[in-house]
Design a protein around this ligand. Structure first.
Ligand code: PAF
Length: 254
């Protein structure tokens, strides 16, 4: 795997690379959910680029950014095992030469669900993804549907701004007990992990009302940010011992 730290070096290299490129953007702390995106990109493109950049502008809380897991050595080992072609590791100065004075904003769908409680979160996400799409020069970009709202906003941004890269949503990868894979899961304590398992299954129950499920979660010391149904899907965000976990799934039609 060829590793690039300089975005201009990458762009020059990309311009001389024949064939199709798929990109998987990440903030590191890679798990099987990320690796499934890399595998899909490898299946569908001649080359695959993974990017790792912990994007500060999408964190609404400083402590959340400071506590975000960083596991670069094992990320590199995991990507090498999959024979990923390229890895880009840019720094803040390179990504934000404007010091975040220019932003990409969306004014409707970004304001609900995660956007309602995480002020500025999606401005940070859309801005960095736009930059990374321009830097990557890929034919296809792969995003996990655990962050369904993020995936949807990115797809619509690409449409609205005439971006050539195809935005592809990929199924959520779950642990055996149904918990959606997330870099944040590694921050859970042993007891927190048990609660996370309880939460992952409780929110799936369609024979109880959302209010009943909310009280069940809160009675188990799980703080509910939201539990809502929209567009035929159920969406949830909770805090377990201060760790924010999100999930969503399509509702059964019957
Ligand atoms: O989903 C993520 O890991 C991030 O939000 C992304 C898309 C890499 C942008 O920083």
């Amino acid at each position: 795997m060829k590793i690039f730290k300089d975005i201009y070096e990458w762009k020059k290299f990309r311009n001389s690379l024949p064939g199709s490129l798929g990109v998987v953007m990440t903030m590191g702390a890679l798990h099987d959910g990320h690796y499934s995106l890399v595998k899909r990109s490898k299946d569908e493109n001649d080359y695959t680029l993974c990017t790792i950049f912990v994007n500060p502008t999408q964190f609404d809380r400083r402590d959340d950014l400071d506590n975000y897991p960083v596991t670069l050595d094992s990320d590199i080992a995991g990507l090498e095992k999959l024979e990923t072609d390229f890895l880009l590791l840019p720094n803040f100065k390179q990504i934000y030469p404007d010091n975040y004075t220019y932003k990409v904003c969306e004014s409707e769908f970004s304001k609900i669900l995660c956007g309602a409680s995480r002020k500025g979160h999606f401005d940070g996400v859309l801005t960095v993804v736009m930059k990374l799409l321009n830097i990557a020069g890929a034919r296809r970009a792969y995003f996990g549907e655990k962050d369904y709202q993020q995936y949807h906003l990115i797809r619509k941004m690409a449409e609205a701004l005439f971006i050539d890269t195809e935005i592809i949503g990929c199924d959520i990868v779950r642990e055996k007990d149904n918990l959606a894979m997330s870099s944040r899961n590694m921050k859970l304590t042993e007891n927190g992990r048990k609660l996370a398992s309880f939460y992952a299954n409780a929110i799936r129950c369609q024979s109880k009302s959302l209010d009943e499920i909310k009280s069940e979660l809160e009675n188990n010391a799980i703080k509910v940010d939201y539990l809502e149904e929209r567009f035929g899907r159920r969406f949830a965000a909770v805090f377990i011992n201060g760790v924010r976990l999100i999930d969503n799934f399509p509702l059964n039609k019957d």
